[in-house]
Design a protein around this ligand. Structure first.
Ligand SMILES: NC(=O)c1ccc[n+]([C@@H]2O[C@H](COP(=O)([O-])OP(=O)(O)OC[C@H]3O[C@@H](n4cnc5c(N)ncnc54)[C@H](O)[C@@H]3O)[C@@H](O)[C@H]2O)c1
Length: 437
């Protein structure tokens, strides 16, 4: 088997396909980019060179890309070492394409699908043994060039050698941060990140009733706890309520029974109303916030007051020192109680999901740092806050201790990472060498 990946077929030149094709071309690899029509493929190449941002850093690298269509050029994948499918998120479209391409694929090539939510077992069910052996999910994040995270998910029958080849290529050649995930709904980053957002909307709604403002919620859910400056509402505005609604519907169907996320798959009523009238976020001119032009031509930000259902001037929130760091979680005021409520919930959720979604805590921490721009992953954050403080508080609130926190307690240690992060706590309560990033 030729172990090197030098030629890549990217199937579908949409948002993700052109990102992946551009990254491979920029890395001096030959790319065959196929789409439903030559028109689509050409549009894709134009975006790769001149998009915002372009997918290649140097326009001349796009000459590594050859265009074609599924109907005329699929046989050319016989020259490719990696066949990377990036077509519409539709089970039947993906399965039809795999059935069509499998006879042309050369022995020893690897295959991947870029689904964000369809289980690999459904995509590969009933497919030839050779395909089940050679296929993985490569879950890149958008924009591919910028986002470091790539979740690699093998199926039940995937050859470990295939996983290793793609992990080596995506980290060594494409420069991605590869995280090993399992074939479970939303994999790692989106499972935890979307729980934080959907659960967050419900908890934030209750906090609004108690008098906290949306801007304060976003200020608390950013720098003080090591999350990006968009906060909660700002991040959802960026993603779009329409996308989050689809995520929620997918979770409602695919989360395992008993999963805490099942309580939060629908938006609160006031936010469902926003979705219904198309107030879905930045791409639609506004969601929770919007930018307006004043009479003198200056721009101003408005917030959609969820309590009264009207736009108002957005207030700038400056947190005092007490509320600007992790200690906010333990303050006995409305801001502190809200911050603890949402952050303890997401940390406990993550700590309950090992080994369901990942064999270890390291892949979870990296997924949240590389895919959601958290300064620290959940277990790193627990270490920084102090596991004993968290456990004491959970016990005092008569809440259950999640699996990995219980493992930590039983191990007699108080840190998930020891020896400057070079060792991490495994699910059996023993410490292991942390793999290099
Ligand atoms: N956009 C994201 O942020 C993101 C992130 C991670 C994963 N994904 C996943 O990546 C995959 C591609 O998503 P995208 O955002 O690039 O989609 P997109 O809509 O931008 O592109 C879809 C591509 O599929 C092609 N296509 C449409 N109908 C087809 C058909 N019937 N047969 C074959 N090809 C067809 C289109 O021509 C286009 O090239 C999806 O599975 C998606 O869930 C998307």
């Amino acid at each position: 088997m030729n172990k090197k990946i030098n030629t890549i077929a990217v199937l579908g030149g949409g948002t993700m396909g052109r990102g992946i094709a551009g990254l491979c071309a920029q890395s001096n690899k030959k790319v065959l980019l196929l789409d439903i029509s030559l028109d689509e493929a050409e549009k894709s190449l134009e975006e790769i060179i001149n998009g915002h941002p372009p997918a290649v850093d140097e326009p001349n690298k796009a000459s590594n890309i050859t265009l074609g269509t599924f109907s005329n050029d699929l046989a050319k994948i016989s020259e490719c070492d990696w066949v990377c499918e990036a077509v519409t998120e539709d089970l039947n479209i993906k399965r039809d394409l795999f059935e069509m391409l499998e006879p042309f694929r050369k022995e020893g090539s690897v295959v991947s699908t870029n689904t964000s939510g369809i289980p690999l077992k459904e995509i590969s069910e009933g497919m030839p043994n050779r395909l089940s052996r050679d296929i993985v999910v490569t879950h890149f994040f958008n924009p591919v060039k910028i986002m470091r995270l790539m979740e690699l998910v093998p199926g039940e029958n995937t050859d470990p050698e295939v996983v290793k080849r793609l992990a080596d290529f995506c980290s060594g050649v494409l420069g991605k941060g590869v995280v090993h995930a399992k074939d479970t709904v939303n994999f790692i980053g989106n499972r935890i990140g979307c729980f934080w957002m959907l659960m967050g909307l419900h908890k934030a709604n209750k906090a609004l009733d108690k008098g906290i403002s949306m801007e304060t919620i976003d200020a608390l859910m950013s720098k003080p706890v090591g999350l990006p400056p968009t906060g909660l509402y700002g991040l959802i505005d960026l993603i779009g309520l329409d996308v989050m609604d689809l995520v929620g519907k997918n979770l409602a169907v695919n989360l395992p029974a008993g999963d805490l996320g099942l309580s939060y798959t629908d938006f609160p009523a006031n936010i469902q109303t926003m979705l219904k009238r198309g107030q879905i976020g930045r791409k639609a001119g506004g969601g929770f916030y919007r930018m307006i032009k004043l009479q003198d031509g200056a721009k101003a930000i408005e917030a959609f007051d969820l309590k009264v259902g009207e736009w108002r001037k957005s207030e700038k929130v400056v947190l005092d020192d007490k509320h600007s760091g992790l200690d906010v979680l333990f303050l006995d005021d409305i801001d502190g109680r809200f911050s603890w409520d949402i952050m303890s919930s997401v940390l406990c959720y993550a700590a309950e999901l090992v080994p369901e979604i990942s064999d270890d805590i390291v892949n979870i921490d990296r997924a949240m740092r590389w895919g959601f721009a958290w300064a620290k992953g959940p277990f790193e954050l627990i270490d920084e806050i102090g596991s004993d403080r968290i456990i004491d508080r959970l016990l005092s609130e008569e809440r259950p201790i999640p699996k990995m926190l219980q493992t930590l307690l039983d191990s007699g240690s108080s840190k998930f990472y020891v020896e400057d992060g070079t060792k991490y706590l495994g699910i059996n309560g023993r410490y292991y060498q942390t793999p290099e990033e």
